[in-house]
Design a protein around this ligand. Sequence first.
Ligand code: 13P
Length: 236
Amino acid sequence: MAIIASNFKTNHTRKSTASFVKEVSEFLQSNNISNEVIVFPTATSLDEFETVSNLTIGAQNAYAVDKGSFTGEIGTTQLDEFAIKTILIGHSERRHVLGESQEEIAKKYDFYKNKGYKIVYCIGEPLEVKESGLDKTLEYVYEQFEGIDTNYDNLILAYEPVWAIGTGVTATNEDITSVHSAIKLRIPKPLLYGGSVKVANVAEICALDGVDGALIGTASWIVEDFKQIIENTKDL
Ligand code: 13P
């Protein structure tokens, strides 16, 4: 059973998120689809959604705090309001664009782990590392596990090569399987692939050895496409 996750990043409004979630939930229900589906809306669009049990709403980010004085951030008080118990940690945009260090990420991970959250933890190498070969790629990826308790029960990993995110350049099947099989040997947890996954390639990617599902940005933002992505992976 594939895990299909949509990362909205900085897209959709409160209103369009509500209709997206409703439509996906009804789609899962009326087609009896048992995929585990996770949607990560923007913080401003979190709400009390009524969904089928295999559709979960998660937070793209939150600070390692219940509440306090951290301008612009949210903590568990804000997540608890909507019973959010799933969080994305370590996304490359937070690492490379927003400048989160491995130390901060590990602290956040620990905090949300201790609260029992389901954590989707992202790793992935930039282009110059990929170009230095598989050994360097794995070395880089393993460093992103520094300070991370990978034995945590409620952990899902997502391998998202930075050069494949939002670029239209998907990793080749060989790229994906070589990194996934190496990670899986060290950390036997569900492992998603992310990076230019779309309607046309999601089934092939999710069927690869060592791939347990996909974490999708761009191609998941149009609800019809996201439903098609779920449809294409429902029997895996
Ligand atoms: P794209 O699907 O737009 O490449 O983004 C992938 C991603 O970063 C999901 O978290």
